[in-house]
Ligand binder design. Structure first.
Ligand code: GRF
Length: 199
């Protein structure tokens, strides 16, 4: 036995929007020996991430709010797809307790600010950067963290900062943050999974 696992760790990427993070994650794990992106889960018809899924030939599920929050939260579908790990990459709904408990400590999220500041309901996308700029803070950044039942609340895994310069706007800040997201998220996902496998 050469020690290679019987199967690759299968990731599901949950996303609601454009999917630039999803694309970077897909690229990063494209030829990875032990980890693969097995599913894209989206809650918004027509979202950019769905075109990425079809272009990449990755199966996708377009989820329904009723079933997600008052049904089985797609636990059976995710298990049926052999999902080992869930990555939220711009997913705007709260994750139901059924998913958090089934994939305990195996769901991670990226937030475009330095949590616990500027987190929680309604603080997503440009709303975050507007709040940061309006606060007069001189730095922002990204936070990658485990997901629990409360928005943007789980244990932190990784943070990286950017300096906010005179004249920065929510748009210029968003650009700086996006560079960090694309640079770090795939690598941190790999690190977390490999640490869990070796524990
Ligand atoms: C990113 O800002 C990420 O931090 C947040 O949602 C956004 C997703 O952007 N969670 P994209 O759809 O990956 O471009």
């Amino acid at each position: 036995m050469n020690g290679a696992p019987h199967h690759k760790v299968r990731l599901a990427i949950f996303a609601s929007g454009t999917g630039t993070n999803a694309q970077k994650i897909i690229d990063y794990f494209r030829a990875h020996p032990t980890i693969q992106v097995g599913l894209i889960v989206c809650n918004k018809a027509g979202a950019g991430v769905l075109s990425i899924a079809s272009r990449e030939g990755i199966p996708h599920i377009l989820i329904d709010k009723e079933k997600f929050f008052r049904g089985n939260a797609y636990v059976d579908e995710l298990k049926g797809s052999g999902i080992d790990f869930i990555v939220l990459a711009g997913f705007l709904w709260k994750v139901p307790a059924a998913l958090v408990s089934t994939w305990h400590k195996r769901i991670i999220n990226i937030h475009p600010a330095l949590l616990p500041k500027f987190g929680g309901k309604g603080l997503y996308g440009h709303h975050v950067h507007e709040a940061v700029i309006n606060s007069g803070d001189t730095e922002s950044g990204i936070t990658i963290h485990y997901v629990d039942e409360i928005y943007d609340h789980g244990a932190p895994i990784f943070q990286e900062k950017v300096i906010i310069e005179e004249g920065d706007t929510p748009e210029t800040l968003a650009k700086k943050i996006q560079i960090l997201e694309h640079l770090h998220f795939p690598r941190i996902i790999e690190k977390v999974i490999e640490e869990k496998q070796n524990s």
